[in-house]
Every structure is written in C-alpha cells, then in structure tokens.
Design a protein around this ligand. Structure first.
Ligand code: AN0
Ligand code: CP
Length: 312
C-alpha cells in the first residue's frame, strides 16, 4: 500500500481486523520494521488521540516521529495555483510538501473542512495537494470528508465486541453546540458497508449526509424506532450537509441516554461533550466502548504504517 487516504483503501476488512488484533496482542513484534524511518505528523487542527496514537504506533514500529502544528508554527501555505502571493500566505504547497518529503519517509496530515465552501471541501484541497506534491506516502489523519484511521478503529472495536454473527449497528446524530465535520460519520458508514452488519442511520430531517456515501442504507428520522434491538449505538454530531455547514437544531431531544439505548454498547470517536451529546450515565456505564476505541487507534494506525513501511 502506498497512501492511506480512505476506507476504500482497505482491501479485505476482515483480514485487516484480524491483523490489527494480532498487532494488539504483540505490539512490539515489528520493532525493527521502521528502523531509521521518520514519520512526519502535520496538524492543521487540534488533536489528542490521533496525535498520540499515531506517534505511539510509529514508536512501536521503531520509527522516529516529527510533529508540527502547521497552522500555528509554520509559514502560511498557499494551496491555489497561479496566485500572486502578496497576501497572507508565505509559501506554496508545491515547495512545502516537497521540502517535508526531504525529512520524512511518510507524511501524515490532519486538515479539517472549511464547512463553508462545499466544493473546496469535497475536492479535498489540502490532502490532495500533499498527495500530489509530496514524494513520499501520505496518511490521512482526518481530512475534509473522511477519517479512515477512526473508521478502521471502529470496525476493529465492533468485531471485538460482537457476540452475534450479524449485529445491529446504529449511527445516530446527536446534538452539539458547534458546527462539526462529516468526516467521522462518512468513514464509519464506509467501514460498516464493508462489514456483515445490519446497519441503519438515524438523524433529524435536514441532516442527511452525502447520499453518494449513505447509498441505500436506511435513514430513519425517528431515533426511537432506529434504536429498537440495537447492539451498537455510535453517536456523532455533524452539521447539515444540504444546508452546508449549518446548525439547524440545538435542543437536546436527540441526546443519547441510557433509557433510549438500553443494553446496546455505546461508541463515540471522542472528544465528546458530556450531557450534550450523551449523558454521563451512558459514558460511565459498562456498555461504553469509548476508551477501548481510543486504545484501538494505536493498532489501526500501526497496521496502516506497517503496510506502508513494507512497501517503501
Ligand atoms: C472533530 C470532528 O467532529 O470531526 C474531530 C473528531 C475526531 N470534532 C470536533 O471538532 C469536536
Ligand atoms: N477521535 C479523534 O480523532 O480524536 P482527536 O481529534 O483527539 O485526534
């Protein structure tokens, strides 16, 4: 594998899950694979889990890591072509990506959407510029439209926790005070489409995600109906896709409660706002998988890096 850009880069999800579980059992087994190789992690946005788990994964493989908060510490990067750069940007992505490629054997990038310019977000301006102008492999650490390290993690976590052959998995929209991206939901959907699960999405009217991603998955606007017999409830807020980037609803009637989800396992990518997205009683219960998900981020990243290192 060269780049890891989307869930569609996963060839056979069950063999990937199996390999990730093996890595989890013995994380230091391939400690020599990454010797003298450097992973550069570039953040245009904040992170706790992705930043630490991806570095941890690299360290487990014997790699070195370099981390930079690009938006704060680097020169402003220009992404448009042919611009007369007499404004705020100081260097072009053509040079920036080529330069970082001199120091790193693999580059991982986090670049959130604008949530204002749908066309720019959908063409993945930042991530695609790195793919185009870097000379080394690129890993997506959450781009404008996808978060494939999270999606892979979620697939692993569901596999670890399902006793049934074909569990029912519900992706539920939940409230939030800020306009959030669609990336986590998109990659979760793509991962579930690759697995043998009964999958439904529940969200309020006006919050349907990109139909090119949801395809023929049932979208139920009644959360209660969607939650019937659920084995896993995956909560996530996203801003409207149709009224792009807007918040249409702020009341708490879609909050996830113990009463609503019963015995279903609860999942969330984190960070999560307590008592806005989900009540304390759910997060503090035995049925919450959120910390296990965060742990699995390391092994998902390690699997991806291992596949890239083997191909260098
Ligand atoms: C981001 C999002 O919703 O995409 C990152 C989640 C991993 N969340 C926030 O900005 C709160
Ligand atoms: N789940 C996740 O990607 O978390 P961070 O934004 O903290 O990296």
């Amino acid at each position: 594998m060269k780049n890891y850009i989307s869930i569609q880069d996963i060839t056979d999800i069950y063999s990937w899950i199996k390999e990730a579980k093996k890595i989890k059992e013995n994380p230091l087994k391939n400690k020599k694979l990454g010797k003298n190789k450097t992973l550069g992690l570039l953040f245009f946005n904040p992170s706790l889990r992705t930043r630490l788990s991806t570095q941890k994964a690299a360290l487990n493989l014997g790699m070195n890591t370099i981390v930079m908060n690009v938006s704060e510490d680097a020169w402003g990067i220009e992404f448009e072509n042919g611009t007369i750069m007499n404004g705020t940007t100081a260097e072009h992505i053509k040079e920036a990506a080529a330069v970082v490629s001199q120091y790193c054997d693999v580059i991982a990038v986090r670049a959130f959407p604008t949530l204002k310019d749908k066309e720019k977000d959908e063409r993945e301006q930042v991530l695609n510029a790195f793919i185009k102008y870097a000379s080394v492999p690129i890993v997506n650490m959450e781009s404008a439209t996808s978060h494939p390290l999270q999606g892979l993690t979620d697939a692993i976590t569901i596999a670890e926790n399902s006793s049934k052959k074909r569990p029912k998995v519900v992706l539920s929209w939940a409230p939030h005070v800020k306009a959030l991206p669609h990336a986590v939901a998109n990659s979760f959907i793509e991962a579930m489409q690759k697995m043998d699960v009964e999958f439904v999405i529940t969200n309020p009217e006006g919050y349907n995600l990109n139909s090119e991603i949801t395809k023929n998955i049932p979208i139920i606007h009644d959360q209660k109906v969607a939650f019937e017999n659920a084995d896993f409830v995956y909560a996530k807020n996203w801003s409207s896709y149709d009224s792009y980037g807007e918040i249409l609803k702020t009341d708490l009637d879609w909050i996830i409660t113990k009463d609503k989800i019963g015995d279903a396992k609860f999942m969330h990518c984190l960070p999560v706002r307590r008592n806005v997205v989900v009540e304390d009683a759910v997060l503090d219960s035995e049925n919450s998988l959120v910390i296990q998900q965060a742990n699995n981020r390391t092994f998902a990243a390690q699997l991806v890096l291992k596949k890239i290192l083997k191909n260098l």
